[in-house]
Write a protein that binds this ligand. Structure first.
Ligand code: HEC
Length: 109
């Protein structure tokens, strides 16, 4: 496995060069876990709620995508579950920076 150090080095350089631009995936995943979001969502599989890849694809190129998701995740609108019942969507606990990072991460899936 001689390629591994090279892969690690490239990954490290990449992570460093995009540190200011890319959302923090570890922080986003921690928020998802702490808030119980993973009960209903995953990145690439639909559960009770849509896969984040699908959410990102649907909103791709929309100028107000970030504002829309931020509003969605901070106001808890009524949503339809897959069994047809309606309930208020979960609100993300955390400050504005936490929510912003999570929204940007979801949109990057
Ligand atoms: C009880 C299940 C459930 C939990 C828990 C839940 N969601 Fe959802 N979520 C849904 C459903 C159902 C929808 C689809 C709503 C619709 O299409 O009307 C949804 C939609 C979304 C969307 C897409 C919104 C859009 O406008 O396209 C995002 C993003 C999202 N959820 C993120 C989260 C996050 C982050 C958490 C944790 C704070 C979370 N969800 C917790 C069920 C859940």
């Amino acid at each position: 496995m001689k390629v591994l150090p090279l892969v690690a080095a490239v990954a490290a350089v990449f992570a460093f060069s995009t540190a200011n631009a890319a959302p923090d995936a570890d922080a986003a995943n921690k928020v998802l876990k702490d808030n119980g979001c993973t009960k209903c969502h995953s990145v690439d599989k639909a559960k009770k709620g849509p896969a984040f890849k699908k959410v990102a694809a649907d909103l791709k190129g929309k100028a107000d995508a970030e504002a829309k998701l931020t509003k969605f995740l901070t106001t808890g609108p009524k949503v339809k579950m897959d069994d047809g019942t309606e309930e208020e969507h979960k609100v993300v606990k955390g400050d504005a920076a936490t929510v912003k990072n999570l929204v940007q991460w979801i949109l990057a899936q």
